[in-house]
Design a protein around this ligand. Sequence first.
Ligand code: ZN
Length: 278
Amino acid sequence: MTHTPEPAPQPIQPDSAPPDSDTRRDFIVEIPPALIEALHRARSVAVLTGAGISAESGIPTFRDAQTGLWSRYRPEELATPAAFEQNPRLVWEWYAWRRELISRARPNPGHLALAEMETRLPHFTLITQNVDGLHQRAGSGKAAPLIELHGNIQRVKCYQENRVVDRWQETDDPPPRCPHCGGWLRPDVVWFGEPLPWEALAAAQAAARACEIFFSIGTSALVEPAASLPLLALRRGARLVEINLHETPLTPHATHFLPCAAGAALPALLRQTWSQGG
Ligand SMILES: [Zn+2]
């Protein structure tokens, strides 16, 4: 089955907006009628989100996060098992600092719209590459599965046993120790050189294969294996919707490309699809 990309809708600037009001958030996004119709018919929808939706909440991307004290380190030097073994304290403190940045951020209208969408569709799966937990904080994962491909920075696990630990004793000499085996504790995120949690990846692939509409939101569609999820959906005949500020390698394959912020596109999609109680 081939897909002919439909012309991307042009954002319309409201008349009342001041001429220099920047951000594409202020634009009214017109959702293609064919997409609205497909959403009304759809039994199964899958969504993949990446760093773009977190950036709209003010969370710097992995690379941009390296400021101040941390600017002399490259993420590749901190987010690896080797780095942790060499200097567990440094790595633990880097994550503590990132956790602090994230705790100050709030879910944006894009996160909230996705949480609402899971209550509107018979089968809905949200797959995220983000580790910040903003989807949960927005209310996602209650009525439908939420798959975290790269883990969650708020969770901690034992480096020895690989099991998630809920409670531990803080220490002056971090990282804290596992209450079960005394091993080091580490953030429950996927580091460079580590495989994705296979159950999460398998569930994401199953959702991509089963869905009728696949949304790729705020992701460069470059990082494997997540990058192959939209293609998996396409091969099964799904409609591919890309929401991104910029074109990506995926854009030529998209049935619909909405060149705008998730925080603008998703609330518009929600409103325009379900406003008539459909
Ligand atoms: Zn342990």
